[in-house]
Design a protein. Structure first.
Length: 366
């Protein structure tokens, strides 16, 4: 039987591991991302490759060393480099002497047959009924993980004792990871939300609201973004992440299968500043910044990997968006060289600035 692995992508890995197991496959999850993972990716990837490519490459090397023989990877379409990830990683791993098969799942773009063919090649003897049940549970679990995550961001900003939300959230994730059916997912989600609701809160805190925009991998993978949500939450900031994987799947898999466009409202919000698709989430970063400004958020943090073309385009337009929409922003490029201490200092300075701005605003109103 195949021993299947995949790259880490925040909590999505929990749902994807469950999907592969539900399809009757022998799953070899990549070990949790550590400095060793990054070092392996950096050592073997081209120097100017995107940071996410390097991390995923490190995941694959560690998983192949742990016994995996099949890699499942997402594909993409231009104009950014994501579409080449799978091909480049496969060549690097072959050069390193690994013996494996790689299945790259491309977005359907109206053609569902190639996706189904690849799924069939992966699943082998799995019945249609079993595949549908596994997919149903996977979808419910992905949505439940996103729901729990969004709620943890609200609770963490108000926690009375630092770390209590993160502890309750980790327990909630374990409950959801163990769920095997859609019914169990719903039950685990209720229990996990109840754990968050029990976290003691301080309702007198002056809570800032910050929107998080940027490249999708960097937003979803806490190791890559240096735990930005947790750090801000523990500073008393309610963070709202612009992208969740359930939204991404809806747009890039479900709607794309029917050749339907997704994300109309965010594209409309971005249109006065950028009308064209520039790859990745560049246009969405601008559109989401506009929406956060109009929803009364105090600021926006833009996270991007160094050398990420779509987000560099967004970064160059953000000053204009910030000026016209009246929202402060902080743009932070990250890669393997980024240090935590400097990162936290920049976040603290930005949060201070937003508090001052709010006090000035309050004074001018009273
Ligand atoms: S969006 Fe940026 S980081 Fe992601 S693949 Fe494209 S260029 Fe690389």
């Amino acid at each position: 039987m195949r021993k299947v692995t995949y790259p880490h992508l925040g909590t999505f890995s929990l749902a994807f591991e469950g999907l592969l197991a539900g399809l009757g496959l022998d799953v070899v999850p990549p070990p949790p991302i550590t400095k060793k993972t990054i070092d392996l990716g950096v050592l073997h990837a081209p120097e100017f490759a995107c940071f996410p490519l390097k991390i995923c490459l490190g995941n694959f090397i560690e998983a192949l060393e742990a016994g995996a023989d099949t890699i499942v990877m997402a594909g993409g379409t231009g104009p950014c480099r994501f579409g080449f990830y799978g091909v480049v990683q496969r060549e690097i791993l072959l050069d390193l002497g690994y013996n494996f098969e790689m299945l790259v799942l491309e977005p359907p773009q109206g053609q569902i047959k190639p996706v189904l063919d690849k799924a069939k090649a992966l699943c082998g003897k799995c019945s249609i009924g079993q595949a549908l049940r596994a997919l149903h549970t996977f979808w419910r679990k992905t949505k439940a993980l996103d729901c729990l995550h969004a709620q943890s961001l609200v609770v963490r900003a108000r926690e009375a004792r630092q770390g209590t939300t993160s502890k309750a959230y980790a327990q909630g994730l374990s409950l959801l990871k163990a769920a095997r059916t859609p019914g169990e997912v719903q039950k685990s989600l209720r229990e996990a939300l109840a754990l968050l609701a029990e976290v003691p809160q301080d309702h007198k805190k002056d809570i800032l609201k910050i929107g998080l925009v940027g490249e999708v991998y960097m937003l979803l993978e806490p190791y890559a973004n240096l735990q930005v949500e947790e750090i801000l939450g523990e500073m008393g900031v309610e963070v709202k992440r612009a992208v969740y994987l359930s939204d991404w799947i809806k747009e890039h898999v479900f709607l794309s299968s029917l050749y339907l466009p997704g994300g109309r409202s965010v594209k409309k919000a971005a249109a006065p500043y950028l009308e064209h698709f520039v790859g990745g989430h560049g246009r969405e970063s601008l559109g989401e910044t506009v929406r956060f400004a109009r929803e009364g958020f105090d600021g926006v943090i833009h996270i991007l990997p160094f050398t990420c073309t779509p987000e560099i385009v967004a970064q160059s337009i953000l000053p204009e968006v910030s000026r016209r929409e009246g929202i402060p922003y902080l743009s932070i490029p990250l890669d393997e060289q980024s240090g935590e201490a400097g990162f936290i200092t920049r976040l603290e300075a930005f949060v201070d600035l937003l508090h001052q701005r709010r006090r000035r605003k309050d004074k001018s109103i009273s």
